[in-house]
Design a protein around this ligand. Structure first.
Ligand SMILES: Cc1ncc(COP(=O)(O)O)c(C=O)c1O
Length: 330
């Protein structure tokens, strides 16, 4: 059983051509970052009696949390159904099937709430059809936040002091949870996708998955963020491919996006500031997107490094952002 392999992930010091920062490599978990959240949520729900032995688990996910639930389902003996949309990569779809998960794909976005709303509506219908089924509600379940206390403790042991923590934001779980559990206050920097509405931008169709949202998850600890950056797909692609070619260590959209921001922070904060970024997963899932020349050429993502500095806005309604942009929130 792979549950004892969750956690205890390594850190890597990222260097040239980036300014130096520490990366916490959550891709080293059997599924990815969300193994921690899925196991913790399922264990807490069982302990509280909300999830009966053998009962079905139903959740909306773009992939990483589904892999974590697949693991938790096998470990604790629950059938798992995940609801996703056509953007889920074939590799993840097939892996989930191999792990015994039933995957339901919604076919049309909700007119206002996008794919995420359409997925959540389908989850609600499945829960109504299956009395006793349990939904982990990763977007607003506080256990999704508390699941990252262990990651915070690992970081302290590995890098000592954390001055600046850089996290991608989807449900808001890991940014809120790590910050809360670190022993001293950090400067928290959130990284979102252009076209995501989490920090007040208009919701648009997005190429980048994992980070970003077309709804407002309750787990996002808005008051904890010192600044927020939005990153565009071409900037994340450049960072992912550069990481791959120079460090071998790389990952998906959120890895590329946090790298753009963490490197800039490491370059612009006072010498000695310890910048730590969370890398949620590894590269395999993105072989047909970020690492595919045809896909990248078709979407205009090739050889377009980020600018030296982000654009700056003072409030989210000042402008609709289309490239790397920073907003200081306090
Ligand atoms: C690959 C990836 N990166 C980043 C995130 C964002 O993490 P969180 O939901 O903890 O905000 C997710 C969430 O699903 C993800 O799957």
């Amino acid at each position: 059983m792979a549950s004892h392999l969750v956690g205890g992930t390594p850190v890597c010091l990222v260097g040239e051509p980036f300014a130096p920062f520490w990366a916490k490599l959550e891709g080293a978990n059997p599924g990815g970052l969300k193994d921690r959240a899925a196991l913790h949520i399922v264990e807490r729900a069982r302990a509280r009696g909300e999830l009966a032995p053998g009962a079905m688990i139903v959740e909306s996910t773009s992939g990483t949390f589904g892999l974590g639930l697949a693991l938790a389902g096998i470990v604790h003996g629950h059938p798992v159904t995940v609801v996703t949309d056509p953007g889920m990569e074939a590799l993840v779809h097939r892996l989930l099937a191999a792990y015994g998960v039933r995957v339901e794909t919604v076919t049309a976005p909700h007119p206002a709430g996008g794919w995420q709303r359409a997925r959540l509506d389908r989850v609600a219908a499945l829960l109504a059809e299956h009395p006793g089924a349990y939904c982990p509600r990763q977007y607003d379940n506080p256990d999704n936040v508390d699941a990252y206390a262990g990651l915070a403790a690992e970081l302290v042991g590995q890098v000592g002091r954390v001055d600046v923590l850089v996290c991608s934001v989807g449900t808001g779980g890991h940014s809120a949870g790590i910050t809360k559990a670190l022993p001293r206050p950090v400067s928290l920097v959130g990284v979102d996708s252009v076209g995501s509405t989490i920090f007040g931008q208009p919701s648009r169709p997005r190429l980048m998955r994992g980070l970003g949202s077309s709804i407002h998850p309750h787990n996002v600890a808005h008051e904890a963020f010192d600044e927020v950056h939005w990153v565009a797909p071409h900037e994340a692609v450049w960072a992912c491919r550069t990481l791959a070619a120079t460090h071998f260590t790389t990952g998906g959209w959120s890895v590329g996006a946090v790298t753009v921001v963490a490197s800039w922070l490491a370059r612009t904060t006072p010498a000695g500031t310890r910048v730590v970024a969370v890398f949620p997963d590894g590269p395999a899932r993105y072989h047909a997107t970020i690492y595919d020349d045809g896909f990248c050429a078709e979407h205009g993502l090739l050889d377009r490094p980020p600018a030296d500095e982000p654009d700056e806005i003072k409030s989210a309604d000042e402008a609709e952002v289309v490239r790397w942009t920073r907003m200081v929130t306090r």
